[in-house]
Design a protein. Structure first.
Length: 296
């Protein structure tokens, strides 16, 4: 029975169930013809390397993970076991793949436009609140993609005549310190980056958004959980489900070095009307028409 190692930063959630559903749709049922060994870091990325080594020691056939810290932990744990990245950074840019079409190593999977999405959220914020001039950018401290994200956003901000205020918070960390940091920096709007910590710690993001009391744009899943005014980006649940396709190919003999890395082609817009009412923000009809989901 093939053994799949599932290594994730956050605790078990609906996205994991989507991955298992994707496997079952392809004929792989956990406990029947495959065995899934699941490990989560409980939101603490520092635990990922040890958990990756633990899974590798179990002689698994495929290692499946997500996020930048997850893929680095997997890469450092094994250069032989086929590895599937559910969602994460550009593997070519960070040197873990030769090209999108031919990765060339033991890692393949799905990446997404993380830095570009952050810049796109600035444009959405401008349409949501045209008078916005000073925008906070919420980032997880120590995230290696922060510099690239800010660089891309600055180009967009210049065209929109906006000033960016980078705000790095520790996650996990002291919520009161994060709220104090946010409260000491006046802003007209807030963009929340796609750090995994913000996707999984929506209660913390909600507290920060409530403290700022300004229009905010984040990942769709963050807005859907009531922690931002608007959400724009990829559908993480769909990406978890689609990751099963890569696992299926590998279990049927495909070489990950020759399985092309994919990028999402569909994006989702979520509007949280409840948050809009609390802020006294009127959602422009042009944005309402584009919304895939409106949270009342």
């Amino acid at each position: 029975m093939p053994r799949i190692g599932l290594l994730l930063p956050p605790p078990r959630n609906l996205e994991v169930d989507s991955f298992l559903k994707g496997l079952s749709d392809l004929g792989w049922v956990n406990g029947a013809n495959i065995h899934v060994e699941y490990r989560d870091a409980g939101g603490d990325d520092a635990r990922l390397p040890a958990l990756a080594n633990e899974l590798v020691a179990l002689d698994i056939d495929v290692l499946v993970t997500a996020t930048f810290p997850g893929i680095l932990a997997a890469h450092n744990a094994t250069a032989k076991i086929p590895t599937v990245m559910i969602v994460g950074p550009d593997l070519v840019t960070i040197g873990l793949a030769a090209s999108m079409a031919h990765p060339g190593g033991n890692i393949t999977g799905q990446t997404f436009f993380l830095t570009e999405l952050a810049a796109k959220r600035l444009e959405i914020l401008a349409g949501l609140a045209p008078s916005t001039r000073r925008v906070g950018v919420l980032m997880q401290r120590g995230n290696p993609l922060n510099n690239a994200t800010m660089s891309t956003m600055r180009n967009a901000a210049q065209a929109l005549k906006m000033e960016l205020l980078p705000i790095e918070v520790d996650v996990p960390g002291d919520l009161e310190s994060a709220l104090s940091l946010v409260g000491s920096n006046p802003m007209d709007g807030l963009v929340i980056t796609d750090a995994n910590a913000f996707v999984t710690n929506t209660s913390m993001v909600a507290a920060i958004v409530d403290k700022c009391r300004v229009p905010s744009v984040a990942a769709p899943i963050v807005a859907a959980r009531g922690a931002a005014l608007m959400g724009y980006g990829v559908d993480f649940t769909a990406m978890f489900r689609h990751a099963a396709v890569f696992v299926d190919k590998i279990l049927k003999g495909a070489n990950p070095a020759e399985i092309p890395i994919e990028q999402p082609t569909q994006f989702k817009t979520v509007i949280n009307h409840k948050t809009a009412k609390a802020l006294g923000v009127e959602i422009p009809p042009s944005l309402l028409v584009r919304a895939d989901d409106v949270i009342e």
